[in-house]
Design a protein around this ligand. Structure first.
Ligand code: FE
Ligand code: CA
Length: 541
């Protein structure tokens, strides 16, 4: 039994961690499976999809990688057996002092992904991590623990980004985010797109031709292997890898990780729910496999738990929502904007109290968290627009995007009521999905006759990393702002939102990239805004 000494050696290494430092790899304190390949022979460098960290806590964070020597091939260059991957955490990127290390299982069941919930680290510190297997060492990632809850924090910087259609453009925005001095990145979803763009060299987006930047290497995904291949292609991008290696991410998914505009167990095509749930389960598993998520997010059948919170000392409590998995189905779609965006006529059903975008348990968790928060700021980090914007169709008629909070008006009313009551003046929301930057005031009941036009909170909606290609600049911007006085800025360019929070002000910088259909586009600041604590609403500068 050659394996026994091997298992003993592993157990010794795992129990021999430095004093005062605890590390938990997955599976916790379990013996490795009997079919572990102790001496894997890898055909090529296995860390082709990079490294990542996420979900920081005061004593650690999750570190992630996936072994894929040949990511585009079936079985991605790995033999059909679990293997053991070593990991290390250091205080410096030369790894002169290794603070903790351990080993983790990479199983074929999970596409040889590795998730380690590192613990035992000091709060509010920068750490470096890397992985080893079979003589190969990964690139180095940089992460950061949270401050202790309640500890004084004077400043926090983070980026808000998402919507990264691979075929629409290069990830120049990630290239720049990787250089920003951020404590974390919030990803609002659309990490992959399941759709393939038609057209050889030219894509038609918003009725406008753009040069095709890149091409998906498989058909629309339905199976687990399909989704894995798609993630592998996206994850191969060096700029996306650089951004993940630079800072911990708080990840959330929106629709395109599964299928456009899905809602709970319904897709947009009318697939029977019990059938669609097989696709959702495959998509969720592949999502988990490729993201630095905690064990608590591991899919449990067709469900995964993604709403969660983080406390950045006494400065900011963050609530990361899941507005996709528990929502009521969308209601009627009957027109398109001149730019191609969907819109619907408002129907009374949109305001029905029986409709929900969060589901009751998540709503209770959020409301309770906001009620109990004593932080200077509260950040609601979610996926789709909270502002209730009037849109116009090609014929000039008014409509609304019912995939956003506009289709869930009673959920929206309940949230704004609660913010007004529980923590007036210190909530800021960030979201995405619209493929334009939007900055504006979130106003209570703005469409109701005789409504109080009270500003309850503020929304900064990040545009997209690449979705929408080079964009149409200020197409529709003047008309949208005229129709919607709550809206203070909008532009159709790729980019991200940079947030810089201090004790009295929440500053944002709406970054734009001039072109994404060629590499190395130039980044600039489209607009800078701030929110003064105690005074909800967007201010210049
Ligand atoms: Fe998107
Ligand atoms: Ca979306």
């Amino acid at each position: 039994m050659a394996l026994l000494p091997f298992l003993n050696r592993r157990s010794l290494i795992r129990s021999g961690l430095g004093a005062g430092v605890m590390a938990a790899s997955w599976p916790l304190h379990a013996a490795w499976p009997r079919n572990v390949d102790a001496n894997p022979r890898l055909p090529d460098y296995p860390f082709t999809l990079g490294v990542a960290s996420g979900d920081p806590a005061p004593d650690g964070f999750v570190i992630w990688t996936r072994l894929a020597p040949r990511p585009a091939e079936q079985h991605y260059g790995m033999a059909r057996a679990p293997v053991i991957v070593g990991w290390e955490i250091a205080a410096d990127d030369n790894f002169t002092t290794i603070l903790t290390k351990g080993e983790a299982l990479a199983s074929p069941e999970l596409a040889h992904s590795v998730h380690v919930d590192v613990t035992g680290l000091a709060p509010d510190r920068i750490y470096f991590y890397r992985f080893h297997i079979a003589g190969h060492t990964s690139t180095i990632g940089r992460s950061r623990t949270l401050p202790m809850p309640g500890a004084r924090v004077d400043r926090l910087r983070f980026a808000v980004a998402g919507c990264q259609h691979y075929e629409h453009g290069y990830y120049t925005a990630w290239q720049h985010i990787a250089q920003e001095p951020v404590d974390f990145v919030f990803h609002y979803g659309d990490y992959i797109y399941e759709t393939n763009e038609k057209g050889a060299d030219t894509l038609t987006i918003q009725d406008h031709p753009f040069p095709r930047a890149r091409r998906h290497n498989n058909d629309e995904p339905y199976s687990l292997d399909d989704y894995r291949q798609r993630y592998a292609q996206y994850k191969s991008d060096p700029h996306l890898q650089a951004a993940h290696a630079a800072a911990p991410f708080w990840l959330s998914f929106d629709d395109h990780e599964v299928d456009n505009d899905w809602a709970d167990k319904w897709d947009q095509d009318g697939t029977p729910p019990e059938v669609f749930l097989f696709r959702r389960a495959a998509a969720f598993q592949a999502y988990y496999e490729h993201m630095p998520l905690r064990r608590s997010a591991m899919p449990d059948g067709t469900h995964m738990h993604m709403f969660r919170g983080a406390q950045y000392g006494d400065l900011m409590n963050t609530f990361i929502l899941d507005t996709r998995q528990y929502r009521s189905d969308q209601i009627g779609e009957d027109a398109r904007l001149p730019g191609g965006e969907k819109l619907s006529r408002m129907v009374p059903e949109a305001a029905s109290p029986s409709r929900t975008i969060m589901g009751a348990p998540q709503e209770a968790w959020l409301f309770d968290g906001l009620s109990r928060s004593s932080a200077r700021w509260n950040l609601i980090a979610h996926q789709v627009m909270l502002m209730h914007l009037t849109m116009r169709g090609k014929d000039g008629s008014k409509g609304y995007n019912m995939d956003r909070w506009s289709g869930y008006l009673d959920s929206r009313r309940r949230l704004l009521n609660h913010i007004d009551k529980a923590c007036p003046g210190n909530v800021v929301t960030v979201s995405g999905d619209a493929h334009r930057h939007y900055a504006g005031d979130v106003i209570h009941d703005e469409q109701a006759p005789g409504a109080r036009r009270k500003i309850i909170t503020t929304e900064f909606l990040g545009t997209s990393i690449s979705s929408g290609s080079d964009g149409m600049g200020d197409l529709n911007a003047a008309a949208q702002m005229a129709d919607n006085p709550c809206l203070k800025a909008t532009i159709d360019r790729r980019g991200y939102v940079l947030c810089d929070v201090d004790r009295d002000a929440f500053h944002t910088d709406l970054k734009v990239i001039d072109r994404v259909t060629v590499p190395d586009g130039a980044v600039s600041s489209f607009a800078r805004f701030s929110v003064e604590r105690g005074k909800p609403g967007v201010q210049k500068g």
